[in-house]
Design a protein around this ligand. Structure first.
Ligand code: 1S3
Length: 559
């Protein structure tokens, strides 16, 4: 058997290192411990310094780590870095880069990328400039570090996540061809855009041309960069088979390895701590519901939620709210359900009327105006969830057995109303539902079962397909129900979701405990210690490919 090549150094670059934006943060922060155990301090994460002078809650700066390099680092004038450790299990080394000084070189960089690789940055807009400045800054850090350690003596892997870091990969490939490059995409920007624009992604996948659709949907630059990084990388990976198919069709390269996302149990409390946190979360959710609606739910009320980034259609938020309306229509007398939408929107501030009520010990008896939302929004009248709640008349009328609460703030523990982190709230739920239409992996259901909370998802998510590939399936055996979703079956899925929520809400205590145990057991199969092997394969492939190249001389980018 061929000997597996093992890297001596790994640099992993992502916009979400020490920057909690979405699922990629979860991938990296949970994978860190397993990588650190294997490679020790030879794993270095590189992220954007979005903190400036403010202290970051995710990062502890160190004056001694990589001290010699910091002294000798040859970086462009004004480009500053902070070295420290990420405050997550494994505490890996992190370099945060202040990339803003590189805006000045933007046109040179885009020109080089066009000349060398044909990346078309001309029609770029939005977050493209800041992403590329960060990617380039990260590449300069790797270059500087590589020279400092005399990297030619080592097997070095530079791993880049998502289109935002694509120019870093392309720069490294050109200036340090001996370095093995790895590109992981967690979605395709064009696939996400096709899906989000209401076009059928799955039935017509074989008929789509990525470049042509990028023109039509006005994301030429992102797509051009993502496709080029995927094609140029020594090894290209994505997080599920369903997204691998999409990459093959829309980016014209089949991923070399599928690297499913795992989880790290250290994030989940155990024993008494678990029970205490669950109690605190439920208490808070009941208090908020009561303060908004003027009615305290019965202590046995069933609490169900959806969460994630605000992609209304792609994440199935529309379908969740629709299903809650169906639940409301068919719930038995005496049973109460509270549904939470935990999706960050364009928040203005926490509601002061709600804050006042939450401060008072006396129980509220009248509803607040708009008794379903915890924060004010800049775009209240245009918000999709608000409009759907109004349209479906799910507005928590007195006496309604099904209530809905939209918490549109990031749950970082200091939102002014909930004041608990997402995990500290998740632990208090009875079930979660993520009926996604576009979901390359889908961490939210995996996190849910890791906390012993049963979940419902669809077979259009990578995670749902992974569950379907296991022998033990179904809510009772796995704590997960996977609904069949396609381009055109919204109503059927909504009905099935409502039925599943209703069925769960009727389970007795013993049954619920069994389901929670099954959920936890399945989550253990998806721990990083079981999934890291796919990354080892990817490192091997990348190193093997890089070893076949000859070093180039004298091709530094000037700055
Ligand atoms: C992506 O984040 P998203 O929510 O934009 O990456 C996640 C991590 O790989 C993945 O779980 C999710 O499905 C993707 O969509």
């Amino acid at each position: 058997m061929e000997k597996q090549l093992i890297p001596d150094y790994i640099f992993e670059v992502s916009w979400e290192v020490c920057n909690k934006v979405g699922g990629i943060y979860t991938v990296l922060s949970t994978k860190a411990k397993t990588l650190q155990k294997q490679y020790k301090d030879k794993v270095i994460f590189i992220g954007p310094d979005v903190w400036g002078d403010k202290p970051s809650p995710y990062f502890t700066r160190s004056k001694t780590l990589l001290k010699e390099w910091q002294h000798e680092a040859c970086l462009p004038q004004n480009m500053k870095v902070k070295v420290g450790r990420w405050n997550v299990p494994g505490r890996p080394i992190v370099i945060l880069v202040d990339f803003k000084p590189l805006y000045a070189y933007k046109n040179d960089l885009y020109g080089e990328m066009w000349n060398r690789y044909g990346v078309n940055s001309l029609p770029a807009y939005g977050d493209y400039d800041e992403s590329c400045a960060f990617a380039y800054a990260s590449a300069l850090v790797i270059e500087s570090f590589y020279k400092f350690i005399h990297g030619e003596k080592y097997k070095v892997v530079a791993h880049f996540d998502e289109w935002m870091t694509g120019m870093g990969l392309l720069h490294i490939k050109y200036t340090l061809p001996q370095v093995a490059t790895l590109f992981t995409t967690h979605a395709t920007s064009i696939g996400r855009s096709i899906a989000g624009n209401g076009k059928p992604l799955y039935d017509y996948l074989a008929g789509y041309n990525g470049d042509q659709m990028a023109e039509e949907l006005n994301i030429v630059s992102k797509h051009s960069l993502e496709k080029t990084a995927a094609i140029e990388a020594d090894c290209f990976t994505t997080v599920s088979k369903i997204t691998a198919k999409e990459c093959t069709q829309l980016l014209d390269r089949k991923p070399d390895v599928v690297t499913p996302n795992g989880f790290e149990r250290n994030f989940v409390p155990s024993g008494e701590a678990y029970e205490e946190r669950r109690k605190t979360a439920r208490q808070r959710l009941f208090d908020i519901t009561e303060a908004l609606t003027g009615e305290r739910p019965n202590k046995n009320a069933f609490l169900v939620a959806t969460s994630g980034r605000y992609e209304y259609k792609n994440k199935g938020i529309d379908l969740f709210v629709d299903a809650i309306k169906r639940v409301a229509k068919s719930l038995d007398r005496g049973r109460e359900i509270v549904a939470f939408v935990l999706v960050p929107a364009w928040v203005d501030a926490p509601r002061t009327d709600l804050q006042e009520r939450l401060k008072q010990p006396a129980h509220a008896t009248t509803p607040l105006p708009e008794p379903f939302i915890t924060h004010t929004l800049h775009n209240f009248d245009q918000d999709n969830v608000v409009n759907q709640i109004h349209y479906l008349q799910l507005d928590n009328q007195p006496g309604s057995q099904v209530k809905i609460v939209f918490i549109p703030s990031y749950l970082t523990g200091d939102d002014g109303i909930v004041n608990l982190s997402y995990y500290d709230l998740l632990i208090g739920l009875d079930a979660t539902a993520f009926p996604s239409y576009y979901e390359p992996w889908g961490y939210t259901p995996l996190e849910s079962i890791a906390f012993g909370v049963p979940t419902i998802t669809t077979d259009l998510s990578g995670f749902g397909q992974w569950i379907n590939s296991r022998q033990e399936q179904g809510m009772r055996k796995s704590g997960v129900k996977v609904l069949h979703r396609s381009d055109f079956n919204f109503v059927e899925v909504s009905e099935e979701l409502a039925d599943t929520i209703l069925a769960l809400s009727h389970c007795g205590k013993a049954q619920r405990e069994k389901i929670a145990q099954a959920a936890t057991a399945v989550s253990l199969e998806a721990e990083w210690k079981n999934f890291i092997e796919y990354y080892s394969q990817a490192f091997h492939l990348a190193l093997e490919k890089a070893s076949q190249r000859k070093p180039k001389e004298n091709n530094d980018l000037e700055y």
